[in-house]
Design a protein around this ligand. Structure first.
Ligand code: ADP
Length: 558
């Protein structure tokens, strides 16, 4: 398609966009709405008033013109009649001359050259009576009704509105006034005088145009005034909106300028008051939170020394457990596992309090996520085997390195695989890794218990467990996913979850290739393509499952 073809289409499209844009403007801009409503209402008011004025002026003007015309016609008829009355002409020639001078008087007194003179059709025929006369502008204008009225009522004056032909070939509004003349020796004649009211009409049109221009100017002025006024009122509202946005974004020191004593100043003052108390409250909470974090951190540190002593003593006892009688030996084993758990919990608490204190720094290096996932699977293979879960690695794409802290990412992956094994019901666990230009992603899928939406929404909360009463076989602290989330966020990534009861879960970890590289698009989908599957076909030797069951039972017994 050529450019010439394209531009009219583009123009048509942009014209079609206009109503949509106007509707959007109407919705979004109070200023636009106010100006438009003012324009519409004042336009309507001006139209009604204008029409009323125009109609009453037109009717007054017409009435005045009509009275002037009737008066002029009356005087003209009287003047002509007195000329006729003063004559004693009887022959045809002198009667015609008399009629001529009467007509001349009519035209000079009435100021109109449009006239018609007709002999009364009921008068007896008279050969010396002057003939009928009619100026061309009145041809076909005088209606038979008017003539009938004039003929029926001698001495009376009648009028009729007509359209008179003007010099330009068009017509002008006019009035024809009918009366009668008594010509000596010739009988009664009807006299019609036409008056052109074109000039009055022009005056009216001029007045109407002036009025319309004035109304348009008034509307424009009103719109401009409304615009200025609305802007004047809206500006502080805009400032308030911008200030609250900044406040909401965390800029707690931001305040509105307080000027004057009007309502807007009151708004600014109350807004600033609200911001002040908000800032004070947040500061209080922040101080409290710092205190709490410090408390957790201090307690954890303080607990470390006695725990080390307990650990050492426990280890000694554990090493000699064979020498103790049965119940004591079991107590020593219990002490050993619980000390392990205590140590893990303390380590997790210290890690979380480090995040809370903002003292975490990443030690990044180019890391291949596929290798890292492979190593993690390798190290957890035994645990999977004990639970009857086979661990699979799927890494379809090109595997470029990512700049991450391998220790932390390994911790996330191990935690996700551990959870998948624990909640995987002995079904396979699939770890997938993929990458694109900006991001790498790792997901861990199990086909086990799964979670409801409410559970999945809370899964990253600290110390949250779907079923706190369930016996724990791997012995998590309830902090694993919370720490994993902190680790992921510290890398500029995140952790998200898909889960359905009975169908298993997917935990996905998308990370930017380079920390702080802006928004990323995960190369792996979150929801699985086959949510109803029970995992890749695998045959697990029965003995392994029994061994895993036995291992589980052993821990539970302990
Ligand atoms: P922990 O595993 O130590 O309990 P986590 O933070 O790792 O703590 O997990 C919190 C809770 O989330 C678990 O107790 C469990 O209820 C739920 N959860 C985690 N992973 C899964 C999973 N793959 N399938 C089902 N539930 C899970």
């Amino acid at each position: 398609m050529s450019a010439a073809d394209a531009s009219p289409k583009l123009a048509a499209r942009s014209w079609r966009e206009v109503p949509r844009r106007l509707a959007a403007l109407w919705r979004r801009s109070l200023q636009f709405r106010t100006v438009l409503i003012t324009l519409a209402l004042s336009g309507l008011a001006i139209l009604v008033i204008g029409l009323y004025i125009s109609f009453s002026v037109a009717s007054n003007l017409f009435q005045a013109q009509r009275e002037r015309v009737l008066e002029a016609s009356n005087s003209a008829t009287a003047a002509a009649q007195s000329i006729l009355d003063s004559s004693d002409a009887t022959d045809r020639a002198s009667l015609q001359a008399l009629m001529g001078s009467a007509i001349e008087t009519v035209t000079s007194v009435s100021g109109s050259t449009d006239f018609g003179v007709f002999r009364d059709p009921d008068a007896p025929p008279n050969s010396s009576a002057p003939p009928d006369l009619l100026s061309s502008s009145l041809a076909g204008v005088i209606s038979p009704e008017l003539r009938a009225q004039v003929q029926k009522n001698p001495g009376e004056q009648y009028w009729q509105s007509v359209a008179l032909r003007n010099g330009d070939g068009g017509t002008d509004p006019g009035i024809v006034v009918g009366s009668d003349l008594l010509v000596p020796a010739a009988g009664r004649y009807e006299l019609y005088i036409g008056y052109n009211l074109g000039e009055a009409e022009q005056t009216l049109a001029f007045m109407q145009i002036t009025g319309a221009v004035g109304a348009a100017a008034l509307l424009l002025l009103l719109s401009a005034i409304t615009l200025v006024l609305v802007r004047w009122v809206i500006e502080p509202i805009r400032t308030t909106a911008a200030t609250s946005r900044r406040l909401a974004a965390g800029d707690l020191g931001v305040r509105m300028p307080e000027k004057g004593e009007d309502e807007l100043a009151t708004l600014a003052a109350s807004f600033n008051g609200m911001a002040d108390s908000l800032q004070a409250r947040i500061r209080e909470l922040a101080e409290l939170s710092v205190m709490q974090q410090r408390f957790v951190s201090d307690v954890s540190h303080e607990l470390r020394t006695p725990l080390t002593t307990i650990r050492l003593a426990g280890d000694v006892l554990y090493g000699q457990r064979e020498d103790f009688p049965g119940p004591t030996s079991r107590t020593v084993e219990l002490l050993h596992t619980q000390t392990d758990r205590f140590e893990r919990l303390l380590a997790d608490l210290l890690e979380i309090s480090r995040y809370d204190a903002g003292s975490v720094t990443l030690e990044t290096e180019p890391t291949n996520l596929v290798h890292l996932a492979g190593d993690a699977i390798e190290s957890m293979h035994e645990l999977g085997r004990q639970h009857g879960s086979e661990l699979h690695l799927e890494a379809p794409g090109g595997h470029l390195d990512a700049e991450v802290d391998p220790r932390r990412i390994r911790r996330i992956v191990r935690n996700l695989i551990g959870n998948a094994i624990e909640h995987g019901e002995g079904r396979p666990v699939v770890v997938s890794v993929d990458s694109n230009e900006t991001a790498v992603a790792l997901s861990v899928r199990d086909f086990g218990l799964g979670m409801t939406d409410e559970e999945a929404a809370r899964v990253f909360d600290r110390f949250w467990r779907a079923d706190p009463s369930r016996m724990r076989t791997i012995g998590g602290t309830g902090l694993g996913l919370a720490i994993s989330m902190e680790d992921a966020v510290a890398h500029g990534g995140t952790l998200d979850v898909w889960s359905e009861p009975g169908k298993g879960s997917v935990f996905r970890l998308p990370l930017p290739r380079v920390p702080g590289a802006g928004p990323i698009v995960s190369p792996l989908p979150l929801a699985p393509a086959d949510p109803d599957s029970h995992g890749p076909e695998t045959i697990i030797p029965t003995s392994d499952v029994e061994a895993a069951d036995a291992a589980g039972r052993e821990v539970r017994d302990a």
